[in-house]
Design a binder for this molecule. Structure first.
Ligand code: ADP
Ligand code: ADP
Length: 227
């Protein structure tokens, strides 16, 4: 686990006339669930991708766990990310999908099995471990995608609109499940959504963005009390 600091971060994509993210200053506490919310195009994904090391910043610093990570490669940031298009490996079982990154990282079989079983339990996936992804519902696949990220025990967990492919009912169920799992694990989490209800029900704090600029940051209560 680790705190995250955006220290005056700016990113302007080549060939564009304004920064996608402008002078972003944001401190995320160790263990906090922070939601970045705002309309499409406001710079949420860019902010997340910079933290993951997938975009080079134009200016400013990214700190993770008190260390300057601005120019550190994605694989050395100890971050796991779940996207809306969570492609699972179709030929592998749920257990194999969840353990694959650990296998690549050289974790031995017994330890892999232990971690996969533990996370499967937390995500209610135990009975599906031997299945292939095509034999799962959308909500179950989405949980496998989360599980695959969590088994790596990252210091920071990033989610970009992870519920957008689910129907409304499943979305509500899944957001409760993600929020309680995050609290159980205590892993620092940055969650991106354009959905204000999702933001207000899930986040410890919410950062509201508009046109690349941070508008306000606060707890759900603080934001709702404001006119
Ligand atoms: P959000 O996640 O809030 O929808 P993004 O971070 O994806 O916003 O995009 C922020 C702005 O940057 C938008 O104006 C978008 O069009 C632009 N943008 C995103 N990616 C690129 C890119 N690779 N090249 C140029 N412009 C981009
Ligand atoms: P959910 O309840 O998550 O919306 P579905 O309605 O899609 O899931 O499926 C209901 C149940 O049927 C789920 O528990 C799912 O695991 C199971 N199921 C779905 N597809 C298959 C399949 N091909 N073989 C066996 N069980 C399946």
């Amino acid at each position: 686990m680790a705190s995250v600091v955006y220290d005056n971060i700016t990113l302007q994509y080549p060939g564009t006339d304004r920064p996608a993210v402008s002078e972003l200053n944001l401190h995320i506490e160790d263990g906090e669930f922070l939601v970045l919310v705002g309309p499409s195009g406001c710079g949420k994904s860019t902010a997340l991708r910079m933290l993951a090391g997938l975009e080079e910043v134009t200016g400013g610093r990214i700190m993770i766990g008190g260390e300057d990570m601005t120019h550190v490669s994605p694989k050395d940031r100890d971050i796991a990310m779940v996207f809306q298009n969570y492609a699972l490996y179709p030929h592998m079982t749920v257990a194999e999908n969840m353990g694959f990154a650990l296998k690549i990282a050289g974790v031995d079989k017994a330890e892999r099995q232990r971690r996969v079983e533990e996370v499967a339990e937390q995500l209610d996936l135990t009975e599906y471990l031997a299945r292939k992804p095509k034999a799962l519902s959308g909500g179950q696949r989405q949980r496998v995608a989360m599980g695959r990220a969590i088994v790596r025990e990252p210091r920071v967990f990033l989610m970009d609109e992870p519920l957008s492919n689910l129907d409304a009912k499943l979305r509500v169920q899944t957001r409760t499940r993600i929020a309680s799992l995050q609290r159980e694990l205590g892993v620092t989490t940055v969650y991106v959504t354009h959905d204000q209800t999702e933001a207000l029900t899930m986040g410890d704090r919410i950062a509201v963005m508009k046109l690349g600029v941070l508008q306000q940051v606060g707890t759900p209560r603080e934001l709702l009390d404001r006119p």
